[in-house]
Design a protein around this ligand. Structure first.
Ligand SMILES: NC(=O)c1ccc[n+]([C@@H]2O[C@H](COP(=O)([O-])OP(=O)(O)OC[C@H]3O[C@@H](n4cnc5c(N)ncnc54)[C@H](O)[C@@H]3O)[C@@H](O)[C@H]2O)c1
Ligand SMILES: [Zn+2]
Length: 406
């Protein structure tokens, strides 16, 4: 590069005009490979199935592990876990924690590290095993990343959100100072073991909660998954999820692999244009304000509805596909609007998202079903028009339903 070129480039960057710092300096560069597995395993707690024992026991015999388990899951599955670990001669230290959003705070994570300390957890050979929904997985992952600056852990997600989202990436976290997941880390588990049979005991609202994230994956990435969801909309229940017939099984596996495909090249979120952020621009503010509270997936559904309106009004999504997508959300009994979701809230939420996304909107919108485009120039007027669009759409579809019921 010529001297003139260098000074021309330096002219673009004010820092380059600063004098070279005095003194000695060293640059350190290291890379840390990340490798973990995600498996779908039926019958994880069947006595003869060695999968869980292999994941929890490590190399030593006899072996121990710390099992941190959601209180509700403990009530439902303690006997089966206990029999399983007895059979495989794994000594378990149980720690039961609350798995609701209000319990997702720093002290809980610290308590988990104290349990590690009390049992004298070996730094590499003994495992921490997190069993529960996204809340417990996030708390335990965060605790594992803090304890001795990182100890191995295993995730066993027991909710739909856990199995297709919270349990399969590398993010951990807790809520702090009225902000969701404000403290956290990127810390991969050794392995995630998914057994859909746990979904038999979740309630239908939590099914829809997870389905919202699956619809997200379909809209931004996978038109086949979208068709599958349309075909199975009336038949996805806790029992069919647990039974994992071929269509439902494909819904789960396509959603998981789509999510992993998106996460893998961008595990540390260096790139801030993330299609998995679809439906996550306006929803955090809605989640904070909604009273009675909305589940995460419900807030994401309301956000996705506005994004469908925005995409349609920009000509990225046909009227037919917009109708299909809004109908799909409604078909799973997900909300598409909310009283506190006003233009004012949308503008404030977008301003917050801009900070989180390092100064640009980077809002993912669908470009046809199964593909995404990022926009940085949404205007308040456009947000208002999208709100009107969804309200009008909803009013018309409510009228149609009323008409059909007469
Ligand atoms: N780390 C990530 O990448 C990531 C991604 C998505 C969501 N999350 C986090 O996940 C959390 C939401 O997770 P969630 O939707 O699983 O909610 P959750 O963990 O609160 O679980 C929902 C409810 O289901 C109960 N439960 C769990 N398993 C059960 C079972 N098998 N049978 C009956 N009841 C059961 C729990 O006790 C709880 O009351 C949020 O805090 C969110 O921030 C994290
Ligand atoms: Zn989400």
């Amino acid at each position: 590069m010529s001297g003139t070129e260098i000074s021309r480039l330096a002219g673009l960057n004010p820092v380059a005009d600063l004098p070279k710092p005095p003194g000695l300096y060293w640059n350190v560069r290291a890379k840390q490979p990340v490798a973990y597995s995600v498996s779908m395993v039926r019958g994880l707690l069947d006595i003869e199935n060695p999968t869980l024992a292999r994941a929890c026991a490590g190399q030593r015999r006899p072996s121990r592990c710390l099992l941190v388990v959601d209180a509700v899951v403990d009530g439902l599955y303690r006997k089966r876990f206990a029999e399983y670990f007895d059979h495989w001669q794994i000594e378990v230290t149980w720690q039961v924690i609350q798995g609701d959003e209000e319990s997702k705070y720093l002290e809980q994570a610290v308590r988990v590290t104290e349990a590690m300390s009390q049992m004298g957890l070996l730094r590499r050979a003994e495992k921490v095993v997190a069993v529960g929904g996204g809340v417990v997985l996030d708390i335990v992952g965060f605790a594992a990343s803090m304890y001795r600056r990182g100890v191995p852990y295993v995730r066993i997600p027991t909710t739909l959100v856990g199995q297709i989202d919270a349990g399969i990436g590398v993010k951990t976290g807790i809520n702090h100072g009225h902000h969701k997941n404000r403290l956290g880390s990127y810390f991969a588990p050794e392995t995630t073991l998914i057994d859909p049979d746990f979904l038999r005991t979740i309630d239908t609202r939590h099914v829809a909660n997870g389905i919202a994230e699956i619809i997200k994956m379909a809209l931004v990435k996978d038109a086949v998954l979208f068709d599958l969801l349309e075909a199975t909309v009336g038949s996805i229940t806790p029992d069919t999820l647990a039974g994992c017939g071929s269509a439902v099984s494909e819904v789960l596996s396509r959603s998981i692999s789509g999510m992993l495909d998106e996460l893998e090249p961008n595990l540390w979120e260096q790139v801030l244009e993330r299609s998995v952020d679809y439906g996550h621009t306006f929803s955090p503010s809605l989640e904070l304000l909604a009273d009675p509270p909305l589940l995460h997936g419900e807030a994401v559904a309301v956000d996705m509805a506005i994004c469908l309106g925005l995409a349609h009004l920009r000509g990225h999504l046909s009227k037919r596909d917009t109708d299909r997508a809004l109908k799909l959300l409604q078909g799973f009994h997900l909300p598409i609007s909310h009283p506190v979701f006003t233009q004012e809230l949308l503008e404030k939420a977008l301003a917050d998202a801009v900070k989180h996304r390092d100064g640009l909107q980077r809002v993912p919108l669908t470009r046809g079903i199964g593909s995404v485009v990022f926009v940085n120039d949404l205007t308040p007027e456009e947000l208002a028009r999208a709100l009107e669009f969804v309200d009008f759409w909803k009013a018309t579809s409510d009228d149609e339903l009323d008409g059909a019921a007469v």
